[in-house]
Design a binder for this molecule. Structure first.
Ligand code: ADP
Length: 391
């Protein structure tokens, strides 16, 4: 046993986990080689338990038992365990045959029998009922990525599509607040979570899975397991499009996420004052690295609309994103002004696209939504249209 004043080590954690039995195999999870990513810092412990995808939901009690067991180790102050599923076999991302995330999705769909039933020998798709998964990303925080993601989801809904939004922003999950959603997701059968819902769209947030006091350093490694869980173990039903509000930035967590989620494409949000749009370029480069089509750039906080007189001022060097998009040969999806109405409505839980559909700003978001929809449909048809690849 470790004395209370000594630092908790990974060996202590593994020893405690050696007492946790996987009910399906009758052996402990350490012996089975299921434990990975053990992080220990100042008595706070985090780790992942790898499980077979189809057993994920049933193993929640085992996950809890693992947390409880480690919590008993003297010196431990908090424990966070996540279940991660081994990725079902898909074409390797680096192989030329796997040209894009949507190809991977297509490969998964091809493995499905008609009527949405999965063929016996096929890997279960992460979210079989979802036609397109679209990431909304930004090179850095605070550019309005979540605002755009929420309004884009609502605009796609307004265009008549069935829509879900998945909040993967580990550093500041804000989608529930923006959509005016309170409470926590419930499960009818103790296995599959029901998504939250408002304004006709379904929503899940990583904020429901990662405790607020989880130290930042673990959020990165945890995001993948938690995200896969949010896709696999949530009753999304049939959706035309799922919008994923990505964590800001272009670090390892974002890269892995872009690689592991079968994305149909990515929308990059940038502000104009970010001269030369260095961060946005990094975002483009990241998606290019994993062959996810960049659907285009949105310039947010483009011009300033005076709340008193409605006058439009170009306080930042408006147009930077359009120029950057042209230079990089990426579609420019549109510009959204810096407008008090946008801030008040999204921070107040009633984004402008839903609460003031007749406004110019709502129309701007719907125009962006139409472009995004057309782009993912074209990409899905493969050779039917231009494949958007950044040079
Ligand atoms: P991010 O997801 O990039 O961190 P958020 O979407 O949370 O950024 O936006 C940060 C803040 O800026 C929020 O208070 C939001 O309401 C506000 N905001 C975002 N876009 C606009 C806009 N076009 N006009 C006014 N306020 C905006």
């Amino acid at each position: 046993m470790v004395a209370r004043h000594t630092a908790v080590t990974e060996a202590d954690v593994r020893k405690a986990l050696g007492a946790v039995i996987d009910p399906g195999h009758g052996k402990d999870i350490v012996t089975l080689g299921r434990v990975s990513g053990v992080v220990v810092r100042d008595g706070n412990v985090g780790f992942a338990i790898e499980v077979e995808p189809e057993r994920g939901a049933a193993l929640e009690p085992m996950r809890k038992a693992a947390e409880d067991s480690v919590m008993q180790v003297p010196g431990v102050v908090s424990v966070t365990a996540v279940l991660t599923a081994e990725r079902p076999p898909t074409p390797p991302l680096s192989a030329p045959a796997a040209a894009s995330g949507s190809d991977i999705q297509a490969a998964r769909r091809a493995a499905q029998a008609p009527h949405g039933r999965v063929a016996a020998d096929a890997p279960k798709p992460l979210v079989p009922g979802v036609r397109h998964i679209v990431a909304v990303a930004s090179g850095k925080g605070g550019v309005g990525k979540s605002t755009v993601a929420a309004n884009l989801a609502l605009a796609l809904r307004a265009e008549g599509h069935e829509v879900g939004i998945l909040d993967a922003d580990i550093y500041g999950p804000s989608v529930p607040r923006m959509l005016g959603i309170t409470g926590r997701p419930q499960s009818k059968d103790g296995k599959i979570l029901e998504p939250m819902e408002n304004y006709g769209i379904k929503a899940m947030s990583i904020g429901f899975l990662i405790k607020e006091d989880t130290p930042m350093i673990w959020r990165g490694p945890m995001v993948i397991g938690a995200l896969e869980q949010m896709m696999r173990d949530v009753n999304w039903g049939t959706l035309d499009v799922m919008v994923v509000d990505m964590p800001p930035g272009t670090g390892d967590a974002q890269l892995t996420l872009a690689q592991r989620v079968p994305l149909a494409g990515a929308v990059i949000v940038s502000t104009p004052q970010d001269i030369a749009l260095i961060d946005a370029r990094k975002g483009l480069a990241m998606f290019r690295k994993v062959n996810v089509p960049v659907l285009g750039i949105v310039e947010n906080m483009s011009t300033f609309i005076c709340p008193n007189c409605g006058h439009e001022s170009h306080i930042f060097s408006h147009g930077g994103a359009r120029a950057c998009a042209e230079e990089l040969n990426v579609p420019f999806l549109g510009e959204i002004p810096l407008d008090m109405e946008i801030r008040e409505t999204s921070d107040g839980g009633a984004p402008i696209t839903a609460s003031r559909p007749e406004s110019e700003n709502a129309a701007r978001f719907r125009a962006i939504a139409r472009k995004v929809w057309d782009a993912v449909e074209v990409t899905r048809q493969g050779r039917g249209g231009p494949r958007i690849v950044v040079e």
